[in-house]
Design a protein around this ligand. Structure first.
Ligand code: ZN
Ligand code: ZN
Length: 103
């Protein structure tokens, strides 16, 4: 390997790291494809492990005195996963039925 080759390999490595960093900071979530916003409560889908805003899924977010655990469904399936398994309109959870109503 020549010195020039080594230089190129080094630049490539730095570029790869920069791209990875950019992807990390631009991670987007939910159906609305927004980056994380600490002001908007989220819950995770038990099937794809993606995160979703309560208000985007039609679920009731936890109130000031409520715990996330008490409000979030024990098992949540996001609309995307509902569509994937072919029951987009089936009510999956007992609490707010809209969790699976997105068509
Ligand atoms: Zn959202
Ligand atoms: Zn999902």
């Amino acid at each position: 390997m020549t010195a020039a080759d080594q230089g190129i390999a080094c630049v490539q490595m730095i570029l790869r790291q920069a791209v990875m960093l950019m992807q990390e900071s631009a991670k987007i979530y939910c159906l609305c494809r927004q980056p994380y916003d600490e002001l908007r409560p989220m819950l995770s889908c038990d099937h794809c492990n993606d995160w979703f805003h309560y208000d985007c899924t039609g679920l009731q977010p936890p109130g000031d005195n409520e715990d996330d655990d008490e409000v979030a469904p024990a098992e949540y399936r996001c609309p995307k996963c509902c569509i994937q398994v072919g029951n987009a309109t089936r009510i999956f959870n007992t609490t707010p039925a809209t969790a699976c109503m997105l068509r």
